[in-house]
Ligand binder design. Sequence first.
Ligand code: SB7
Ligand code: NI
Length: 193
Amino acid sequence: MSMSKFHAGYTITMKDIVREGNPILRQRAQEVNVPLSDEDRETLICMMNFLKNSQDPVLSKKYHLRAGVGLSANQIGLNKRMFTAYFVDEEGMQHEYALVNPKIISHSVWMIYLPEGEGCLSVDREVKGFVPRYEWIKVKGFDSEGEKVTLKLKGYASIVIQHEIDHLNGILFYDRMNKENPFLVPENCRSLF
Ligand SMILES: OCN(O)CCCc1ccccc1
Ligand code: NI
């Protein structure tokens, strides 16, 4: 029984974040057993604490953290279909998710993109361009207690969750940019603001 280093009291820092080039970021992560093991549950606690620390003016400096609104397990080297997300959306609503085995079960035809583009904690460089994503998504999964969860998300929340689910499928944000013209906006796509 391997005891992972991501016990509840462990503080994830940037040295724990896998960077592009590591093949784990290009694999389809493995389904997680539900109900979660104590180890997987504690890992999700660590991953959520990282996001909160990374957005805290004092702790982000103390631990030298890049601010992040989401984190997928494969970004800390764990081949598991789970992620955390912590952010305030364009309407000022606070979102906090720890989702296991997430699946997009329906989505809009219309797409949106962030005019400032996207970044990634696993990508140590700026990649300019627009990332078209579904305007809204309906997601089914499990929470850290193994309870079924269904989320209907739109706008910025939809963008963040799609970015994380992409990680679990080995997809990075710039994969979705138009190769010839990264600022090309498809017909059925508009800027979020
Ligand atoms: O995978 C998490 N991540 O690398 C942190 C940044 C996430 C993110 C950034 C811009 C738009 C959507 C999501
Ligand atoms: Ni990312």
